[in-house]
Every structure is written in C-alpha cells, then in structure tokens.
Design a protein around this ligand. Structure first.
Ligand code: NAP
Length: 279
C-alpha cells in the first residue's frame, strides 16, 4: 500500500489515546514523523512501532509544517502549547488538534495566532491505560470541532482510519463530554456498586457482572429502539412503593451509606423519568 498523502504527523503524548491514535494512523499508512511524551520512554517505544524518525521528550528543535495531535492530559495541553511556541515562531500550513473531550480548540488559540489551523479530535471511546494498544478507533465516533480547515482535515483523517466523524461547535463540547462521562465513567461506577452488592451476597465479581450483562444489554437495546422514558421498568415505574422502602431499609447500614446516597439520587432522577413516561 502506498503511504497516504497528508502532511507528516507528530503525536505528542504516548499514553492511552496517543498510542491508539498512532497505531490506527500507522495501520492506514499515514506517515508519522514524530512521537513525543513527557518522560520520553513511552514515546520512544511507540515511535519504534510506527516508524517515526523522531521520538522521546519534546525537544526545542523546530518541526516543518505538519499535523500535530496533542494527546496529553487536559491540564497539560496549555503547557504543550507553550512549549510548541518556544520551539518555533510560526505555524502557517500546520494543523494542530488536541484529543480532549471537554475542551474546545480555544485552548489552541495561541497557535492559531501564529498561523496554525486548530481543532479538537475526540475519539468517543474509552482507552484504559491497562489495555494500552488494544483498543482501536475503527467504527467509533470522533467529535471534530475547530476552524473550517481543521474540521475538514479532522473529518478526512477520522474517515481515513475507519472512524465516524461528527462535527460539534465549541459551545457544545462540555455537555457532549458530560454525556460521554455518564456513558462510560459513571456507568463503570454503577458497575462497581453491582460488584460490591454481589460480593455482599457471596457472588464473585466476574459472575455478578456476567449475570447482569443480559439485563444491561437488553435495557440498552430497549432505549435505542424506543427512548429512555418508554424503556423504563422496575419498582419506581410501577409505583411499587413497598419494594422501594424495602430497598431503602436494606441500605440503612453504615457500611452501605455510599450506596444508599447513590440510590437516593438515582431514585429521584428515575421518579422524574417515570413521570415523563406517564405524560
Ligand atoms: N483515556 C481515554 O479513555 C480518553 C478518551 C478520549 C479522549 N481522551 C483525552 O485524550 C487526552 C490524553 O488522555 P490519555 O488517557 O491518553 O492520557 P494518558 O494515558 O495519561 O497519557 C498522557 C500522555 O501525555 C504525556 N504527557 C503528559 N504531559 C506532557 C507534556 N507536558 N509534554 C508532552 N507529553 C506529555 C505523557 O507522557 P509520559 O508517558 O512520558 O508520562 C503520556 O504519554 C486527554 O485530553 C483526554 O481527555 C482520553
């Protein structure tokens, strides 16, 4: 296969997302010129895998025009931008993306002022560090936001790696990211409650999750086909008040206080949802 004709790509950040992105690009014949990270070691390892000619710690040597993906923790993006600005004084002809879900491309404004087209490129997937390199971007949605040139390029790159781009405005990003946090992080927290309750009745962690899995998948399917309010079942939707008070009293022990608090908050939200079902 011939290499794809795009500008050379630099990846800054060789953690969970940088790794997945670099491997997905490399697999589709994109030319990755450099991989950098904070400590340098993971970048050197990843750089070797994707045939990058430069890797290690982000040096002060200037890069030629190219595409830069900044895949570092959200709070570090500003530092990386500062470092890039120390590296070179203009970025005309370059495209710079970061991969944060919550932040918009505004954080890259200092680079835009120096001539870069800027955007954000957020893969809507979870990349656990423990599974580094095992999750790829094929078929997943990628939120692309930024100036026109960056959005067009971001969409092309997303499609090029087999992902599904969708465009967001900078104002939409925070609420979009909260939705993603509910879909992944808070959902995992709910699974941890199931694990804990399972252990309390003597069912091992893996078993209780396997037992609950069909219930989760069917609920998801129902919501996809209908909507959350019409898919809602259970004691709140039925108005089984006695069952709910039974739950509440079972959770009235000091050891289960954290679950009781979560139950109360979710019961409130569920009551709201159930009232929508009736209207
Ligand atoms: N993980 C997810 O599920 C996920 C999903 C979608 C989007 N995102 C977004 O993707 C971005 C990266 O997240 P991640 O989970 O991949 O983080 P991560 O696994 O913690 O990796 C962060 C990487 O950034 C490097 N780094 C940190 N500070 C740096 C600096 N000042 N200069 C250069 N490199 C620096 C680290 O270098 P060393 O390894 O050398 O320390 C590391 O390689 C974040 O904006 C996050 O919101 C994450």
């Amino acid at each position: 296969m011939t290499p794809r004709r795009t500008l050379p790509i630099t990846i800054i950040g060789a953690g969970a997302v940088g790794y997945a992105l670099a491997l997905s690009l490399h697999k589709k014949q994109y030319f990755i010129r450099a991989v950098f990270s904070k400590s340098g070691k993971p970048a050197r390892l990843l750089g070797k895998k994707v045939g990058a000619s430069q890797s290690g710690i982000l040096s002060t040597k200037a890069l030629d025009n190219g595409i830069i993906f900044i895949a570092v923790p959200d709070d570090e993006i500003k530092n990386v931008v500062r470092r890039l600005l120390r590296r070179q004084s203009h970025f005309s002809g370059s495209l710079v993306f970061h991969t944060s879900g919550a932040l918009s491309s505004d954080v890259l404004l200092p680079l835009k002022k120096k001539g870069a087209a800027v955007g954000s490129f957020h893969p809507l997937q979870t990349f656990p560090r423990s599974k580094i390199g095992s999750v790829n971007l094929r078929e997943i949605f990628v939120a692309v936001e930024g100036d026109r040139k960056a959005v067009e390029a971001g969409k092309r790159i997303a499609r090029g790696i087999g992902a599904r781009p969708f465009v967001l405005s900078s104002q939409q990003k925070v609420l979009y990211h909260i939705a993603a946090v509910f879909g992944s992080n808070y959902f995992v927290t709910l699974l941890s409650v199931i694990e804990e309750l399972g252990l309390r009745i003597g069912v091992p962690q893996r078993k209780i999750i396997a037992m609950i899995e069909p219930l989760i998948l069917q609920s998801l399917k129902n919501v996809r086909i209908e909507s959350a309010s019409s898919a809602l079942t259970g004691p709140i939707a039925r108005g089984d008040v006695r069952t709910i008070s039974k739950h509440r009293s079972a959770l009235k022990t000091k050891k289960l206080k954290h679950i009781s608090e979560l139950y109360t908050a979710l019961a409130k939200a569920t009551t709201r949802l159930a009232s929508k079902k009736k209207t």
